[in-house]
Write a protein that binds this ligand. Sequence first.
Ligand SMILES: [Zn+2]
Ligand SMILES: [Zn+2]
Length: 244
Amino acid sequence: MQNLLPQTCRSCRGRFWLERLPQGAILCPYCGATVSDRGQPERRGDTVPAWTVHHGTAVPGIRTEDGLIILGDEGRGRQLARVPLPPGASLGREGTVQALPVSHPDVVAVVLIRDHSGYRGGWELLTLPREDCPLRDKLELPWEETCPVCEWRGRHGPYPTNPLRAQDLGRLIAEGRCAQGGAGRMGGGPEYLIAARPGEFCIHRWGRLYGAPRFVGVRIHPDGRVETWDVMDALSSTRAAESW
Ligand SMILES: [Zn+2]
Ligand SMILES: [Zn+2]
């Protein structure tokens, strides 16, 4: 008679029998979480909170349509991506997924970053700048000229900044693209679904923003919370506080 061990998956609470196996990873037959040969699911099968960053704000949950996360648009200059939810994802009311299982222990949240393009503009990921340009009120910057300190062209900005790739934030699960105008050439930008590590970064937006922040700070806390703020607001209040 075989030696079968009753198991309960810690990820999905599913019950199954496990043969005692000499080695190798065993997957839960219900949710796919990795169960070690001792029957204990590893921490990597845990779920992490899902967040959406749009319009410069982080909100809990990612909206789904028919069980799919939709990134980007369909059409010219656009790229649509449909991402099926992994087994073990917890769907809330109105098809919003609140938590997702991840297979990497350093990932603390799954973050969907929506298109942040301004009207007829675009957006990009940057490292988080630490200071506003000290020449802001001292050096007039003509159009097409680059500031020697902050290195922004045409107008001063926060610095230092370096380009970031979505891959630098964790694991890029999927990418789509939104665009403006029929031919898709009036502006637009990417959308990223990222299994993110703790850290911080900046969303730099251009085009007409109608008063919305040009630089949005994003912080992914180790506990999986995601917060956003207006980088220029924060830098100028730091400067004001230091002037007292
Ligand atoms: Zn399971
Ligand atoms: Zn400058």
